[in-house]
Design a protein around this ligand. Structure first.
Ligand code: ADP
Ligand code: GN1
Ligand code: MG
Length: 382
């Protein structure tokens, strides 16, 4: 399949040689469906056992401060590991990402071309999914992301750096799109008039969560910020959400951005780049699963205002990501990896179809969240 990834396939054997890994290199290949980094898996024979590792070339067009990014990731993974060990269980090393240091003891390696690489232990007997298969799946993922937010409430060491400033500043995302429409470097704006009109009609929603934050209703927390369903590993045997991955955007944010991205990525009836938008809708049973799992883990630290905006956050984040895909399409596909010429446009249309579907079901979604919250509250002892 053709791709616009500007990076050549990597010589993983050479890259792996820079990390503190022993054994014989068995082979490596490209892995996963992420849009940002280049991910590879490689196997080693370690005294007769086959052990796998993940290698990632960090996208430095997207992340401008690799040292700061890796300092964040190191802090978060250390904290998660300490907590996993403290809470017992034999598989603590599968419940937190484990960075493998370079042979010099550093968190990442800079290759001969100047690219930055990191290495993680491979989490075996678990996998990620691009499409939620059952409400139970969604519940597990949401519980895992909620527990991850809880884990971060006592992260030691001060504020994390903002690896991408204004990442969920929806107003700025809107302005970036308006700028791209104005400059129109690839002469594509005329072909997306309907999408542009839809965005402009929906402008009134872009400031809602920022205003909620300013009024104190939604406090700044340390959040994941990229809670796409395929950023949580689901255990093959237990079906539990075992490990939250893709920690590049863990930084100060709003809990609602995380929940919103779960709604965006978990509830659709079709994958994010399905071009036939008639197949795209928000599935209520999956939403119920999400709310149940999320409130199980995070319900007691959320404010009333946060809980009241759960459904809205899904609509807003879906709209925001739709605007980002459309901006990238207009700018010539410079940010998200694509596999076909109009891939970003397909993604944008798909997201806007989801926004419409959430909008049509928003009151029902709000009722679901209120019911689940009321059901989950402990009855006070008389
Ligand atoms: P991106 O930022 O490009 O989305 P991710 O960190 O999400 O990159 O990794 C891409 C994919 O690689 C994930 O969806 C997951 O399937 C797989 N993956 C990442 N880290 C691990 C790991 N430690 N063990 C097993 N699989 C992993
Ligand atoms: C990117 O890295 P990945 O594929 O999990 C993007 C998210 C978008 C998502 C859309 C750092 O996530 O913000 O929501 O694509 N990550 C970054 O699928 O921009
Ligand atoms: Mg990912």
């Amino acid at each position: 399949m053709s791709t616009t990834n500007p990076n050549p396939p990597a010589d993983i054997k050479t890259i792996a040689g820079a990390f503190a890994i022993y054994g014989w290199f068995l082979g490596g290949e490209s892995y996963g469906t992420g849009h940002i980094n280049d991910t590879y898996v490689a196997g080693f024979d370690q005294a007769g056992a086959r052990v796998r590792y993940i290698f990632q070339r960090i996208n430095e067009r997207v992340f401008k401060d690799t040292a700061g990014l890796m300092e964040n990731v190191s802090r978060v993974t250390r904290h998660a590991a300490r907590r996993a060990i403290a809470s017992g269980g034999e598989d603590a090393s599968r419940r937190a990402l484990t960075l493998v240091p370079t042979r010099e003891g550093l968190a990442y390696h800079t290759d001969a071309h100047g690219a930055a690489w990191r290495c993680y232990l491979f989490i075996e007997k678990a996998r990620t999914y691009d499409l939620v298969e059952t409400p139970a799946h969604a519940r597990e993922a949401a519980r895992a992301f909620g527990e991850f937010q809880r884990l971060l409430t006592d992260l030691p060491g001060g504020r994390l750096i903002e690896t991408i400033p204004d990442f969920h500043n929806t107003r700025k995302r809107y302005e970036n799109l308006m700028r791209a429409i104005g400059t129109d470097p690839r002469n594509r704006a005329a072909s997306v008039r309907d999408e542009i009109a839809f965005v402009k009609q929906s402008e009134n929603m872009v400031d809602v969560l920022a205003k909620l934050q300013a009024s104190g209703g939604a406090p700044e927390r340390v959040t994941h910020n990229d809670t796409k369903f395929n950023n949580v590993m689901i255990d093959d045997a237990t079906r539990r959400g075992i490990c939250v991955i893709d920690l590049d955007t863990v930084m100060p944010g709003l809990a609602l951005y995380d929940f919103g991205d779960m709604v965006r990525s978990a509830t659709p009836s079709a994958v994010e780049d399905e071009p036939d938008v008639s197949k795209v809708s928000m599935r209520m049973p999956v939403y119920e699963g999400l709310v149940t799992g999320y409130l199980e883990a995070a319900g007691d630290f959320l404010t009333d205002a946060e809980r009241a905006h759960l459904a809205f956050s899904g609509k807003l984040i879906t709209f925001e990501i739709g605007m980002r895909f459309l901006t990238d399409y207009l700018e010539g596909d410079v940010y998200f990896k694509i596999k076909r010429p109009a891939h970003n446009l397909d993604r944008a249309r798909n997201q806007f179809a989801m926004v419409r579907s959430i909008d049509a079901q928003q009151s029902a979604m709000e009722a679901v969240a209120a019911r689940i919250h009321a059901g989950g509250k402990k009855t006070p002892a008389i």
